[in-house]
Design a protein around this ligand. Sequence first.
Ligand code: HEC
Length: 110
Amino acid sequence: MACLCAAAAPAAAQTTGMDLAKARNCMGCHQVDRKRVGPAFTVIAQRFAGSQGARDYLAGVIRGGSRGSWGPVPMPAQTQVSESEAQQLAAWVLSLAQASDDGAPAATAK
Ligand code: HEC
């Protein structure tokens, strides 16, 4: 459902989501399928799967930080990430829900 059109536009967006996540230090705190400092990206994807506006919401969180959604540890604002990179990362995270869809009901987003 996530439209990748905006994320695909700039030439720099040739990198995959994973490459970008590594380059922007996301993987210092996150892993794809296991909890590290922050929640696993697949688990985040499950929570937001199918929810309206999830990509914009997560893009905002990536740049602005998050606290209290997943536990006591806050995520600092990632100011090194541009708006279009944040959209690309958000789309990539959301795409991971399909990869690990085991039929478990996604927790309610709100
Ligand atoms: C310093 C450690 C740290 C770094 C670096 C970090 N995160 Fe996080 N991230 C966290 C923590 C901790 C949480 C859970 C915050 C909470 O409970 O609200 C989180 C939550 C998230 C969420 C879910 C937000 C929500 O509201 O549900 C997303 C998406 C996310 N991170 C993506 C990223 C991306 C993409 C990057 C790289 C640009 C990144 N993170 C870098 C620690 C980090």
